[in-house]
Design a protein around this ligand. Structure first.
Ligand SMILES: [Fe+2]
Ligand SMILES: [Fe+2]
Length: 133
């Protein structure tokens, strides 16, 4: 069973961004499924690897879009993105225990949900005003 389902409360209103957000939650759901099967090492390795690659890709998409349209909060938004990327770097190399995997799963879930609802949600009306969808 999925631990998190994308729903309308997470919608930013820009198709490519919403599609990428859904994929980020898929990574978390895959991690949860592997953890439920008792494979913490695999769950952690795959999730950290996928997150590092895909979160970076998503942040580049989002920051490019915000830069293109002159979003005034871009610098602060970028700083938030860097925070997740450096946390992911910090997790790498730690001993892959079940407890750590659960802790990181919780962190990713909380960070992503909060960031999308609060921070991405802040630029949504700005892009909507510019006709971006
Ligand atoms: Fe985002
Ligand atoms: Fe963002």
């Amino acid at each position: 069973m999925a631990i998190v389902c994308w729903d309308g409360s997470l919608k930013v209103g820009v198709d490519i961004v919403d599609a990428q957000h859904k994929y980020l939650f898929e990574i978390i759901n895959n991690m949860h499924a592997k953890l439920a099967r008792g494979d913490a090492a695999l769950a952690l390795a795959d999730a950290l690897d996928s997150m590092r690659t895909y979160a970076r890709f998503h942040f580049e998409t989002e920051e490019g879009l915000l830069a293109l349209h002159g979003y005034p909060g871009l610098a602060g938004h970028k700083a938030q993105h860097r925070e997740l990327l450096s946390a992911l770097e910090g997790f790498a190399g730690a001993e892959p225990t079940t407890a750590l995997a659960h802790q990181i799963l919780g962190y990713l879930l909380t960070w992503l949900s909060a960031h999308i609802q609060a921070e991405d949600g802040r630029y949504a009306p700005f892009l909507a005003e510019q006709g971006v969808s």
